[in-house]
Design a protein around this ligand. Structure first.
Ligand SMILES: *Cc1c(COP(=O)(O)O)cnc(C)c1O
Length: 893
């Protein structure tokens, strides 16, 4: 405790905290912060808004408060202010220069928080607010609430939304131990540590009612238990982030531990976390809006399936106001966006149905919503689905009218993966869009690179890259030294670390989580060849590697150990290091300092990948399998594509092993594929990457001109696509705004009508059929027109319930239409119904392309409140649609 200025007091939290501390055994350390001298008060606001984490000028101000203290606090302003001496504070309170800089920083934050930004100027009926739910948020190392890419992306999303002025409210959980801290045992085995995070020492404040009572959502659990939570508020620039925390004293120990760890525990633990996130999260948002006057969200965005229960809570809310279940589902769907992040079926969140059933229904939470209705939403109804599980992604898709994947390739992989939910439709028509991820440039770009580096001359740009590499070398040595001390080495044994890495050697980075598909150890496939690369007399390469394996993933830990043991070898230990405890702080050094960023996942399992984007923003070149974002934006000017062996295509490439047919998933195929792709990786490094880096001075200036040219191309042409504000703008324009519009159109009456209409169409659909197709070709040549007459049976449905379409386009050798480039032309109903209810539809099809051409007709449900024709998964095709095409017999030349 520190005694400062006018004495001690609780840290500005009024009565809101004291209530559940008094008279009960403490569950946390009691932490008292200094009262800042009056002239320094603005420092507290600057420390409590996380904008400092992407604003170098504010960080510089904090550093100047106490440079040693700043280092000791790990660059965390809240911790710094908790530790700085009273004498120093009193000194600063009199320091005119400091106060002037403080006033500038405070004024700058005030302007940032209040001035109109992109969103305030954007056209269109933008949503009044969007709630963004995620199980993890990576905003700064000072708030360690993330495990990897999903969380970092969520953090970047909020920061970019703040920069754009988009009215988001973030919703997540506060894990008392975060994920875990990683160290290594002497023999290279991952050790996990779970230091307690004290909310008092983090940039958080409790969400309280105006009278100071803390907001406490509570969930009813089976067996008469209750799960209480408190809500913490973090300020991410303009965006509030609400974090629910079950570590409160009203809870029994079991419930108190619900938010103990990120991705820890068994499936019941995870279910409770997800119920708290989804259901408690909606309640926290409602309380926040009520208390602060923030507009209510019109759109709910769920980042992956974990927060899917938010839809059920909103169904309950509507039910309370009298909406029947089906209508409530429609109303919720209209304003919900679901983003899927994994193409790995094993990566999808699934629960035992029994477990879910026990937590819902009359005795559980959400008494107004029947357990059976909940279960149906998560049932895998498609072929190959497992009847015993409750699938969070499936529920996510059913409760969201809009969905997306996170790169163009991942969008198409997701449409394929989930197509069973829209039977009768081609994968290309499955309503899952894609928005390619981006990264928050101010967070991930070195300050020097943010000045107009592309405008610098070659020598300047190369010097800057060297400076960043040199800084990385220092960081590598420091972290390696700490790691060896933790592994039990004495300082006297560690003199060699001063010779680890060289600021003039080509530096390759590889850091990410360690699930099997990311293939941490692919580089070790041929150790002799890899060693020759590292130790090459003229063109050496140095590798910095990092990553955490999930605590339950023994396989991942074995891979780490394999890598660590390789890197421990005195022959190579100056050229390859494994740095434990990968996190945002380390990542910022790696992305800025590495020349090449390596990524070698099993294609197409990397949904997007973002670390390579962060490297590219700093002039790092990518060396990667064509997966995720790199598949979309790769150009030879930006780096190298590692050929993949998915379809045997790697044969014939540098060092390619025996070619062969398509590779499957058997262990032998996996082996063969790894061998081929590793050989391709070595070949690229030996023959292209290293020669390009070390090729100096055609112009006599000693500079690697080709390399610098690629760095410049990466910064100027690739760079502008990567920032997260591009991504958030796409979300706003393509998904949030249409969802808000749909939400507004869907009042309770409209939702009820839509639900009734859907029920009627589903019931009547078995009698909908294409009865007969006739075509009259004026002339079957380019520019001609085909007149079509189609007879359809609608049963109990009316022409207004459906659209009859002709779908036409190129066909392949088996007469299959390519859905991706087909045209769809609606036909018009003509005349009166026949006695059997048959209706005639007519229209013209323009023959506007040459070559093999075909068409078919189909009937689809049609309603103005549907987001697309595939929404219900219903379609009627001709009994044998092949016949219809042959009847036309169109073949243009
Ligand atoms: C960007 C980032 C990730 C995600 O990297 P991928 O390339 O998507 O695997 C993971 N961890 C940290 C700390 C990051 O900064």
């Amino acid at each position: 405790m520190s005694r400062i200025g006018g004495g001690l007091r609780f840290t500005g939290r009024k009565g809101c905290r004291a209530r559940y501390r008094r008279g009960v055994k403490a569950i946390r350390r009691f932490s008292v912060r200094p009262v800042l001298p009056e002239p320094l008060r603005p420092l507290s606001d600057l420390a409590r808004n996380l904008r400092w984490s992407w604003h170098p000028e504010t960080r510089e101000l904090f550093r100047s408060v106490d440079p040693d203290g700043w280092r000791a606090a790990g660059g965390d302003p809240v911790r710094l202010l908790g530790a700085v001496s009273a004498r120093r504070l009193n000194e600063l309170a009199e320091d005119r220069g400091f106060l002037r800089r403080l006033a500038v920083a405070a004024g700058d934050l005030h302007d940032y928080l209040t001035e109109p930004r992109w969103y305030q100027r954007a056209e269109g009926e933008l949503p009044a607010a969007v709630a963004y739910f995620s199980p993890e948020f990576g905003i700064t190392a000072a708030l360690p609430q993330y495990s990897g890419g999903l969380g970092i992306l969520a953090g970047d999303h909020l920061k970019a939304a703040s920069d754009l002025g988009a009215p988001l409210i973030g919703v997540g959980l506060l894990y008392r131990h975060g994920y875990f801290r990683q160290s290594l045992s002497r023999d290279g085995w991952q050790q996990e540590h779970y230091p307690v995070l004290d909310p008092d020492e983090m940039p958080l404040e409790p969400l309280c009612e105006p009278d100071g009572t803390p907001v406490r959502p509570a969930l009813r659990l089976p067996g008469g238990r209750t799960l209480h939570a408190q809500v913490w508020l973090a300020k991410v620039g303009r965006v509030p982030l609400l974090l629910l925390d079950s570590g409160v004293e009203e809870n029994a120990p079991r419930e108190r531990d619900v938010t103990d760890r990120l991705y820890g525990g068994g499936s019941e633990h995870r279910l409770l976390q997800e119920m708290l996130l989804g259901i408690g999260g909606v309640r926290a948002v409602r309380a926040y809006c009520r208390i602060t006057g923030h507009p209510e969200p019109e759109v709910f965005h769920t980042n992956e399936g974990h927060a899917g229960f938010l839809g059920l809570e909103r169904i309950r809310e509507l039910g309370e106001r009298g909406a029947p279940f089906e209508a409530a589902v429609e109303a919720v769907r209209a304003g919900t966006l679901f983003t899927t992040h994994t193409p790995v079926p094993a990566g999808i969140d699934r629960f035992d149905r029994e477990l879910v059933a026990r937590h819902f229904g009359e005795d559980g939470e959400l008494p107004g919503v029947a357990a059976e209705q909940v279960l149906q939403l998560g049932t895998e109804t498609y072929p190959g689905g497992d009847g015993g599980v409750f699938n969070m992604a499936v529920m996510g898709l059913r409760l969201a009218q809009r969905a997306n994947g996170v790169s163009t390739l991942h969008g198409s992989v997701s449409r394929e993966m989930f197509r069973g939910l829209w039977p009768g439709f081609d994968a290309a028509e499955v309503p899952i869009a894609s928005v390619t991820n981006g990264v928050h440039a101010p967070t991930w770009t070195a300050a020097e690179m943010r000045r107009p580096a592309p405008g610098t001359d070659d020598a300047g740009l190369w010097e800057l890259r060297r400076t960043l590499r040199e800084r990385l070398v220092e960081e590598v040595r420091r972290r390696l030294y700490d790691s060896w001390r933790q592994r039990g080495a004495s300082p006297a044994e560690l003199g060699w670390i001063d010779g680890v890495f060289d600021p003039d050697v080509l530096t390759v980075g590889f850091a990410r989580r360690v699930p099997a598909y990311k293939r941490l150890t692919l580089m070790l496939r041929d150790r002799e060849r890899f060693t020759r690369l590292l130790l090459h007399p003229e063109r050496p390469v140095q590798f910095v590697v990092a990553g955490k394996a999930h605590p339950a993933d023994e396989g991942g830990k074995r891979l780490i150990q394999e890598l660590v043991r390789f890197a421990d070898d005195p022959r190579v230990r100056h050229r390859i290091v494994f740095l434990p405890d990968y996190g945002m702080g380390m990542a910022q050094h790696l992305y800025t300092g590495c020349d090449v960023w390596l990524n070698n996942p099993l294609r197409p399992l990397e949904a997007c990948g973002t670390s390579g984007m962060k490297a590219a923003l700093n002039g790092g070149l990518n060396l990667s399998v064509l997966d995720g974002w790199w598949d979309e934006w790769y150009e030879p000017d930006f780096g190298w594509a590692i050929p993949t062996a998915e379809d045997g295509a790697v044969a014939g490439t540098a060092g390619g092993a025996s070619g062969g047919g398509p590779l499957g998933d058997s262990p032998a195929d996996r082996e063969r594929r790894d061998a081929m792709e590793a050989a391709a990786l070595y070949g690229l490094l030996e023959e292209q990457v290293a020669p390009c880096f070390y090729e100096r001075g055609a112009a006599g200036d000693g500079l690697p001109e080709r390399w610098i040219g690629m760095v410049r191309q990466t910064l100027t042409r690739l760079g502008p696509k990567l920032p997260a504000d591009r991504m958030v703008r796409e979300y706003v324009e393509r998904l949030y705004t249409p969802a808000a519009r749909a939400h507004r159109a869907m009042d309770t009456a409209a939702a009820e009508r839509l639900a009734e209409w859907k029920a009627r169409v589903r019931a009547g659909w078995p009698r909908v059929a294409v009865d007969h197709v006739e075509s009259v070709a004026g002339s079957v040549e380019l520019g001609g027109k085909l007149a079509l007459r189609v007879r359809v049976l609608l049963g109990d449905l009316a022409p207004g319930d459906v659209e009859v379409q002709v779908v036409a386009g190129r066909v392949d050798a088996s007469d299959t239409l390519s859905a991706a480039d087909a045209v769809r032309v609606p036909l018009k109903v003509s005349g009166e119904p026949a006695e059997d209810g048959g209706r005639l539809y007519e229209g013209l099809l323009a023959l506007d392309r040459t070559g093999p051409f075909g068409y078919t007709v189909r009937v689809l449900p049609a309603h103005p409140l549907l987001a697309g024709p595939a929404e219900l998964g219903l379609v009627a095709l001709p009994p044998d649609d092949l016949q219809a095409r042959e009847a036309a017999g169109v073949l243009l030349r």
